[in-house]
Design a protein around this ligand. Structure first.
Ligand code: ADP
Ligand code: MG
Length: 267
């Protein structure tokens, strides 16, 4: 099975990266796409949001530093077709220790290759920490497509410019020439304000092809689900947040051909 790697990044915290990583991964899994979610954030929010206990020694910390195998770090989740590589506090040290390794921006790329080689997963989704540190830069170095979670707020375009400059840095460093801006997910859309609509319009004007049609609404159900260790599909499957992430998955599947078109039956 060919594996497509998406990294969800933005140097800002609190913009909906983890919420998007978890629920998008679950929505793809619900479409029977074998999916691996990789938690790169030392805060391990994605790990707890999916209902997996943090565990010392279960993360990419050792593999990133050249010890142990990444496939041994894969754990099951309560969601069918969805697996996880958890994170833990130790990952914070990797931010620093990675800098002392050779090829430090390409470490994750090498680590993920060993997982790709198993052919187990059609999709890998990387949930990056806030700040474009070593781990996030490694996420960019390892991905086929970057998905930017962009909050519908004032100055959204500024933040976008910053992350796009870093994409160019990775490309110029020759780490990942093929890195592509896969799309922009507009998050926390507030239907009651004009600001949200204006921000989406503005980002669409700048990057018309890149912004997904689906915008993620600001809803309290999406923020409650992680404290129960549940995706939105298990917590409140009929909520607007659930249908938004389902639609986003549909767009992703089409845009990146994640499901092979079925052979047309001969009658
Ligand atoms: P990041 O990973 O970028 O730091 P999170 O996904 O953790 O961002 O989201 C930050 C906070 O906002 C969390 O408390 C989360 O539950 C909440 N949140 C995320 N998306 C939404 C949304 N669409 N509506 C309401 N709250 C949200
Ligand atoms: Mg996060």
């Amino acid at each position: 099975m060919r594996t497509t790697v998406f990294t969800i990044a933005n140097q800002k915290g609190g913009v909906g990266k983890t919420t998007t990583a978890v629920n998008l991964a679950a929505a793809l899994a619900a479409r029977k796409i074998p999916t691996l979610l990789v938690d790169l954030d030392p805060q391990a929010n994605a790990t707890s949001a999916i209902g997996v206990e943090k565990q010392q020694g279960k993360s990419l910390y050792d593999p990133l530093l050249g010890e142990g195998s990444a496939t041994d770090m894969i754990v099951e989740t309560p969601v069918k077709n969805l697996w996880l590589i958890p994170s833990e506090e130790d990952m914070a040290a990797a931010e620093i220790e990675l800098a002392q390794t050779e090829n430090y921006l390409a470490r994750l790329r090498g680590v993920l290759q060993s997982i790709k080689d198993t052919g187990r997963f059609r999709v890998i989704i990387l949930d990056c920490p806030p700040a474009l540190g070593m781990l996030s830069m490694n996420g960019l170095g390892a991905a086929d497509h970057l998905l930017i979670a962009l909050q519908c707020e004032y100055m959204a375009l500024e933040g976008l410019g910053q992350i796009l400059r870093n994409v160019n840095r990775i490309k110029e460093a020759g780490i990942n020439d093929a890195l592509d801006l896969g799309g922009i997910v507009m998050t926390m859309y507030d239907v009651r304000t004009n600001l949200s609509r204006q921000v989406v319009d503005e980002v669409r004007k700048h990057l018309p092809e890149k912004v997904f049609d689906t915008v993620i609404p600001r809803t309290v159900r999406l923020s409650e689900a992680p404290s129960f260790g549940k995706t939105i599909f298990d917590y409140d499957p009929l909520s607007p947040g659930a249908s938004a992430y389902k639609n986003l998955a549909k767009e992703l599947i089409t845009r990146f051909e994640l499901i092979e078109p079925k052979e047309t039956p001969t009658s």
